[in-house]
Ligand binder design. Structure first.
Ligand SMILES: C[S@@+](CC[C@H](N)C(=O)[O-])C[C@H]1O[C@@H](n2cnc3c(N)ncnc32)[C@H](O)[C@@H]1O
Length: 268
């Protein structure tokens, strides 16, 4: 089957207003026939409106009390419909457009299955900002990144030797959209974390700066006190590792390596 007329380019606007928009995202916003957008601040929204040929916000699909799945399907349908009219469509989501963004993935999947050209360009996510602000390298020892409600409702092995990033703590246990953060169930999250970490374990409530003139919020507290912290719709929790991993002597020897104070060395 040959490629169809019409295309979708999904881009991220990053976290810090305008300054996180990549050059390739800018180019897509400026050149596509129409730009759909869901962004977190008015500066970015105005920039998109001014720099696109035509733009439409998808924010109005968020209806308080409505299941987020219905909202996401309606956003996806709007994007897909416009592509199927033969237009080159750009969809902008804040942060990275493929991280905790349902309509971006579902639109790409549906259109790709019907042979429309689809592209997803990476953006700067909240987690990227967190690694920079907290000085954490997720590759050195690994990192577990998970959505708060998902973390609660599934049983899985938690590796306390790697950092744990928990997203959407401001809406834990609520599958509907609510403009106000829902924190009534935050202590249920704390209860589960206390199965793996001592109540005194220090965790961070993190909010990356939305504007280049503002600062990120980096608030450390004991796990047991999380319920007393202010939690917002943009709060993410960072849980540092509790201990170092055990050495796997079998593979260490097989590789001809040794470990000295955490540094991996070749055996001469
Ligand atoms: C639907 S997800 C969107 C993630 C976004 N696509 C990204 O790449 O960062 C919303 C969650 O992202 C996290 N988040 C969004 N903005 C943030 C910020 N400024 N600082 C820290 N976390 C943020 C929060 O955990 C929030 O509940």
């Amino acid at each position: 089957m040959s490629a169809r007329i019409g295309s979708l380019t999904v881009v991220g606007s990053g976290i810090t207003a305008i300054s996180h928009i990549t050059l390739e995202a800018m180019n897509s916003i400026k050149t596509c026939d129409v730009v759909f957008h869901v962004v977190a601040d008015v500066l970015t929204e105005s920039w998109i409106v001014e720099n696109s040929k035509e733009s439409k916000t998808l924010i109005d699909f968020y209806i308080p009390g409505q299941h987020r799945r219905i909202t996401y399907d309606a956003m996806k349908d709007s994007i897909v419909r416009e592509v199927k009219k033969g237009r080159n469509v750009c969809a902008v989501f804040y942060g990275h457009p493929g991280i905790f963004v349902n309509p971006s993935h579902s639109a790409v999947k549906e259109l790709a299955s019907e042979n429309y050209p689809v592209f997803m360009q990476p953006g700067i996510s909240a987690e990227d900002c967190m690694f920079a602000d907290l000085g954490v390298d997720p590759a050195t020892n690994g990192c577990c990144s998970i959505e708060a409600t998902n973390f609660l409702v599934y049983s899985r092995a938690i590796d306390t030797t790697v950092p744990l990033v928990i997203w959407q703590i401001g809406m834990v246990g609520d599958p509907t959209y609510d403009p106000q953060p829902k924190t009534s169930k935050i202590n249920i999250l704390v209860e589960k974390l206390c199965r793996y970490y001592p109540p005194s374990h220090k965790v961070c409530i993190y909010e990356a700066a939305l504007y280049s003139v503002s600062r990120s919020r980096i608030e450390w507290c004991e796990l047991i006190d999380v319920g007393r912290c202010e939690i917002n719709g943009i709060s993410t929790m960072f849980v540092p590792p509790l201990s170092s991993p055990e050495i796997d002597s079998y593979f260490l020897t097989k590789l001809g390596l040794s470990i000295d104070e955490g540094h991996i060395k070749s055996i001469p």
